[in-house]
Design a protein around this ligand. Structure first.
Ligand SMILES: *[C@@H]1O[C@H](CO)[C@@H](O)[C@H](O)[C@H]1NC(C)=O
Ligand SMILES: *[C@@H]1O[C@H](CO)[C@@H](O)[C@H](O)[C@H]1NC(C)=O
Ligand SMILES: *[C@@H]1O[C@H](CO)[C@@H](O)[C@H](O)[C@H]1NC(C)=O
Ligand SMILES: *[C@@H]1O[C@H](CO)[C@@H](O)[C@H](O)[C@H]1NC(C)=O
Ligand SMILES: *[C@@H]1O[C@H](CO)[C@@H](O)[C@H](O)[C@H]1NC(C)=O
Ligand SMILES: *[C@@H]1O[C@H](CO)[C@@H](O)[C@H](O)[C@H]1NC(C)=O
Ligand SMILES: *[C@@H]1O[C@H](CO)[C@@H](O)[C@H](O)[C@H]1NC(C)=O
Ligand SMILES: *[C@@H]1O[C@H](CO)[C@@H](O)[C@H](O)[C@H]1NC(C)=O
Ligand SMILES: *[C@@H]1O[C@H](CO)[C@@H](O)[C@H](O)[C@H]1NC(C)=O
Ligand SMILES: *[C@@H]1O[C@H](CO)[C@@H](O)[C@H](O)[C@H]1NC(C)=O
Ligand SMILES: *[C@@H]1O[C@H](CO)[C@@H](O)[C@H](O)[C@H]1NC(C)=O
Ligand SMILES: *[C@@H]1O[C@H](CO)[C@@H](O)[C@H](O)[C@H]1NC(C)=O
Ligand SMILES: [Cu+2]
Length: 664
C-alpha cells in the first residue's frame, strides 16, 4: 500500500506558493477563463432575453409559463432578471471546477493554506428556496487542488448560530494524523459555533477525492466540495485527455436534512428513506415550479437552469465525477458519446469504454469524453437515478438529472430530441458497481496474503423505541457526547502504560484497549474491532455480510482496500481457507491486480470480501455512506495499532473541542 513515489512533506514552502494557494483561486488560466467565464457570460446574456422576471410563487400553475418542450432553438429553461444576476452571490462560479492543464505535477512539495468559513443562509440551487449551509459563502465548496507530498493547512471556522461542524477528507489516509479525519465522535468533537480548527496534514495519495462535513447529515445541506491531488505517476494518464474538470453529481432535497432525518427515524417507519426532490450537477439543477401546488409552502423561482459544460470541439476531456449526494446512485451517460473510464476512487485503471456507468454515493469515476460528434447541436449529460433502490415515489422528482455538454458554439441551447439521443442500454435495476473485474489498475499493487479475517454482519430493525435502527453485529452506532473513541483509546492505553510501569498487575487496563478483535471497553453504541494489536501489522480480510434487502455503498476511512470476491448465498470457507486466505501478490489469480478503492456497493443479502493493510494507527470509521443509514447507526470502527496510539498525543486544539461549550 505504501507508494514508492511518496515524497516527504516539506514545511515552509515559499511565501509565494502559500499565497497562491490561499483563497483557492490559484493559477487562473486561459482555459479556465474560456471554459468557464465566457460560458457564463454567454448564458447570462441569453437568459437576460428570456421570459421575464423570476417569480416567487407557491406552486400552482406558474404565471410566467415555462418553455415549450425542448427544441433545437430553445434557450435553457429559465428566465433572467438582469444579465449579471445569472450567478447569484452564493453560487460558486462553476469555472472554478475547470482544472488547469498547465498544473505542474512534478512541483516540489509545498504547503497550501485554505480558509473555510461555514455559514448558513438561503439558496436555490434548482430554483426552490431553502435554508442551506455554505463554505466561504458559496455552494458547492471550493476546489482544493494539490500535489502528492504537499501539506494542506485548512482553517475551518464555524459561523453557524447553533450547530457544530467538522470536515472529513474522504479517501485520505491521514496516516499519523487520525485526529484530522473529521469524523464526529470518533476522531474529533464538532467545532462549536464561533470556533475554528486548523486541519493540517500531508497528502500521500493522488487522484479524485472530496471533502464533506461528517457531523450528522450536515453535508446534505451544502458542506461539500472536490479535492484533487496530482502526482508524477499520473503523467501517462494525462496523455489521454486535453482538458480536465470536476463534475459533482448529487441528489437534492428541498428541506433541510434534519427535517428529513427526523421523518426517516420516526417510529413505525421501516427503512423508508426520504426520496430526493431533484438532482444537481455542479450545484445546479432545473426544476419545474409547476410541480408544486399552491399550498406546498415552497418558494420556487422559475428561472432554474442546467449546468453547462463548455468544451472545445475535437478534444478529449477528463470528467471527474464525484457523487456528493445523500442516497441516490446515478447511472451516468452522455448522449451520442462513449465514455472511457480511467479512474475509480483515485485508482487509475486501464481505459474501459462504456455507454453508461453507475456511481453510488461518495464514489468517484473519471471518464474521458471526446468531442467528436456533430457541432450542430448540444448534448445531454444524463444522470439517471436508479429508482429501483427507492422505497417510494416522489411525484415532483424528475428522475433524470441533466447537464448540457456544449461544443456547438452556442452554450445556451437545449439539445434537440432528434439530435441528442440517450443510449438504449437499460438502466440497471439494482444499485450496483461497475464490475470490479473489468477495472484493471494501471499501477499494479497486489495485496499481500491475509493474516487476519473478521466477519461482520449488518441488518436493519425496528428497535425498542420503535426507531429505525441499523445494527452492525448487534450494535447500532450513535455519536458520543463530549468525547471521541480516539481520545478514549489514547487515554486508556496511556493509563495502562503508566500502570504497567508502576505496578505488576499492569496490563489489565491496557489490555482492555489493545485487543485483537472486538474491543468491549467502549460504550454500548460503539462496535470497535482491534487490528494490528500485537505490535505487528495485520493484513486484514473483512467478510461483510448484508442481512438487508437494500444496496449499501460502504466506505472505509483511512485506507483503500482490495475487492477480492463478492457473492450471494453461503460463503465457501473451505475454498477461503485453502486458497484465498494464504494467497497474495501478483502470482495468485485471486489477488493479482485486484481493484483498489475506498467505497464499494454491497448487494442485498450478499457478501463482499475486502482486504486491507492495517498499518495506519487510529480509529477508522467503516460505514454505509447513505446519510440516512449512517444516522440510523450503520457504522462501526477499527482501532488500529494500539502500540502506536499508546505513544500518541491528541493535539490540544483537537482535544479542546470536546470540552468547549457547544461542542459534541
Ligand atoms: C502509514 O505509516 C506507517 C508508519 O507509521 C507506515 O509504515 C505505513 O506504510 C503507512 N501507510 C500508508 C498507507 O502509507
Ligand atoms: C412544467 O410542467 C408543466 C405542468 O406539467 C408543463 O405544462 C410544462 O410544459 C413544464 N415545463 C417545462 C419547461 O418542461
Ligand atoms: C444561440 O441560440 C440562440 C437561440 O437560438 C440565439 O438567439 C443566439 O444568437 C445563439 N448564439 C450563438 C452564439 O450562436
Ligand atoms: C455586470 O458586471 C460587470 C462586472 O461586475 C459590470 O462591469 C457590468 O456593468 C455589469 N452589467 C450589468 C448589466 O449590470
Ligand atoms: C432567479 O430569480 C430570483 C428571484 O427573482 C433572483 O434572485 C435570481 O437572481 C434569479 N437567477 C437568475 C440566474 O437569473
Ligand atoms: C482561523 O480563522 C479564524 C476566522 O478567520 C481566525 O479568527 C483564526 O485566527 C484563524 N486561525 C488561525 C490559526 O489562523
Ligand atoms: C442545527 O441542528 C438542529 C438540530 O439537529 C437542526 O434542527 C437545525 O436544522 C440545524 N441548523 C442548521 C443551520 O443546520
Ligand atoms: C502543521 O503541522 C506541522 C507538523 O506537525 C507543523 O510543523 C506545522 O507548524 C503545522 N502548521 C500549522 C499552521 O499548524
Ligand atoms: C445521435 O445518435 C442518434 C442515434 O444513433 C442519431 O439518430 C443522431 O443523429 C445522433 N446525433 C447527431 C448529432 O449525430
Ligand atoms: C459478527 O457477527 C458474526 C455473526 O454472528 C460473527 O460470525 C462474527 O464473528 C462477528 N464479528 C466480530 C468481529 O465479532
Ligand atoms: C468450496 O470450495 C472447495 C474448494 O475449492 C470446493 O471443492 C467445494 O466444492 C466448494 N463448495 C461449494 C459448496 O461450492
Ligand atoms: C456535554 O457537555 C455539555 C456542555 O458542557 C453538557 O451540557 C452535556 O451535559 C455534556 N454531555 C454529557 C453526556 O456529558
Ligand atoms: Cu466518508
Amino acid at each position: 500500500m505504501s507508494d514508492p513515489q511518496l515524497s516527504p512533506p516539506k514545511e515552509g514552502a515559499t511565501a509565494a506558493a502559500t499565497a497562491a494557494a490561499k483563497s483557492t483561486s490559484r493559477r487562473p488560466s486561459l482555459l479556465l477563463i474560456v471554459g468557464g467565464l465566457v460560458t457564463f457570460v454567454v448564458v447570462a446574456l441569453a437568459l437576460g432575453l428570456g421570459l421575464g422576471l423570476g417569480l416567487t410563487h407557491r406552486g400552482g400553475s406558474s404565471a410566467s409559463s415555462l418553455l415549450p418542450p425542448a427544441s433545437s432553438s430553445s434557450p435553457l429553461p429559465g428566465s433572467g432578471a438582469a444579465p449579471n444576476a445569472s450567478l447569484e452571490d452564493w453560487r460558486l462560479d462553476p469555472s472554478h471546477y475547470v482544472l488547469d492543464m498547465a498544473w505542474d505535477i512534478n512541483a516540489p512539495p509545498t504547503t497550501r493554506h485554505y480558509d473555510f468559513v461555514i455559514t448558513e443562509g438561503r439558496g436555490w440551487p434548482d430554483g426552490v428556496v431553502r435554508d442551506m449551509l455554505f463554505i466561504n459563502g458559496k455552494f458547492p465548496g471550493p476546489l482544493i487542488e494539490a500535489n502528492m507530498g504537499d501539506r494542506l493547512v485548512i482553517n475551518v471556522t464555524n459561523k453557524l448560530t447553533a450547530n457544530a461542524t467538522t470536515i472529513h477528507w474522504h479517501g485520505l489516509y491521514q496516516n499519523g494524523t487520525n485526529w484530522f479525519d473529521g469524523t464526529t465522535g470518533i476522531t474529533q468533537c464538532g467545532i462549536p459555533p464561533g470556533q475554528s480548527l486548523v486541519y493540517n496534514f500531508t497528502l500521500e495519495q493522488f487522484g479524485t477525492y472530496w471533502y464533506h462535513s461528517h457531523y450528522s447529515t450536515q453535508y446534505l445541506d451544502g458542506i461539500l466540495g472536490p479535492l484533487i491531488i496530482h502526482a508524477p505517476a499520473e503523467a501517462d494518464a494525462r496523455k489521454l485527455y486535453d482538458s480536465d474538470r470536476v463534475v459533482l453529481i448529487q441528489d437534492w432535497y428541498h428541506d433541510v436534512s434534519q427535517v428529513n432525518l427526523e421523518t426517516y427515524l420516526a417510529p413505525d417507519n421501516e427503512n423508508t428513506e426520504p426520496i430526493p426532490d431533484n438532482g444537481l450537477i455542479n450545484g445546479i439543477g432545473y426544476f419545474n415550479c409547476s410541480s408544486y401546488d399552491a399550498d406546498s409552502g415552497y418558494t420556487c423561482y422559475d428561472n432554474s437552469t442546467y449546468s453547462v459544460l463548455s468544451l472545445e470541439p475535437n478534444t478529449r476531456t477528463r470528467l471527474r465525477f464525484i457523487n456528493t449526494g445523500a442516497f441516490t446512485e446515478f447511472d451516468v451517460s452522455v448522449d451520442n458519446h462513449t465514455l472511457s473510464v480511467i479512474e475509480a476512487d483515485a485508482t487509475l485503471v486501464k481505459p474501459v469504454t462504456v455507454h453508461r456507468f453507475p456511481i453510488h454515493v461518495a464514489q468517484r469515476y473519471s471518464v474521458v469524453v471526446e468531442t467528436n460528434q456533430s457541432t450542430s447541436t448540444n448534448y445531454w449529460l444524463r444522470g439517471a437515478m436508479i429508482t429501483s433502490c427507492f422505497t417510494g415515489n416522489n411525484p415532483v422528482l424528475d428522475t433524470t438529472t441533466k447537464a448540457v455538454i456544449s461544443y456547438s458554439g452556442n452554450s445556451t441551447v437545449v439539445p434537440s430530441e432528434d439530435a441528442s439521443v440517450d443510449w438504449t442500454d437499460a438502466i440497471p435495476i439494482h444499485c450496483i458497481d461497475l464490475d470490479a473485474s473489468t477495472l484493471v489498475p494501471t499501477i499494479p499493487d497486489p495485496p499481500p496474503a491475509a493474516t487476519k479475517m473478521w466477519r461482520l454482519d449488518f441488518s436493519f430493525g425496528i428497535g425498542a423505541y420503535q426507531l429505525d435502527r441499523a445494527k452492525f453485529n448487534g450494535t447500532s452506532w450513535s455519536v458520543l457526547d463530549n468525547t471521541t473513541t480516539l481520545i478514549q483509546a489514547v487515554d486508556g492505553l496511556a493509563a495502562g502504560q503508566a500502570q504497567g510501569s508502576s505496578s505488576s498487575s499492569s496490563s489489565s487496563s491496557a489490555s482492555k484497549w489493545a485487543v485483537d478483535g472486538p474491543v468491549s471497553a467502549f460504550g454500548s453504541n460503539q462496535f470497535v474491532v482491534g487490528l494490528s494489536a500485537n505490535g505487528s501489522i495485520d493484513v486484514v480480510d473483512i467478510l461483510l455480510y448484508s442481512l438487508d434487502e437494500g444496496s449499501h455503498p460502504f466506505h472505509l476511512h483511512g485506507h483503500t482496500f482490495w475487492i477480492l470476491q463478492t457473492g450471494a448465498g453461503p460463503f465457501n470457507w473451505t475454498a477461503y481457507q485453502t486458497t484465498l486466505y494464504p494467497s497474495g501478490g501478483a502470482a495468485s489469480p485471486l489477488t493479482a491486480n485486484a481493484l483498489r478503492r475506498d467505497t464499494f456497493t454491497l448487494q442485498p443479502y450478499s457478501w463482499t470480501l475486502l482486504r486491507f493493510v492495517a498499518d495506519n494507527a487510529g480509529l477508522w470509521a467503516f460505514h454505509c455512506h447513505i446519510a440516512w443509514h449512517l444516522e440510523a447507526g450503520l457504522m462501526m470502527q477499527f482501532l488500529s495499532r494500539p502500540d502506536v496510539l499508546a505513544r500518541t498525543a491528541v493535539p490540544d486544539d483537537v482535544r479542546g473541542l470536546c470540552t468547549a461549550a457547544g461542542g459534541k
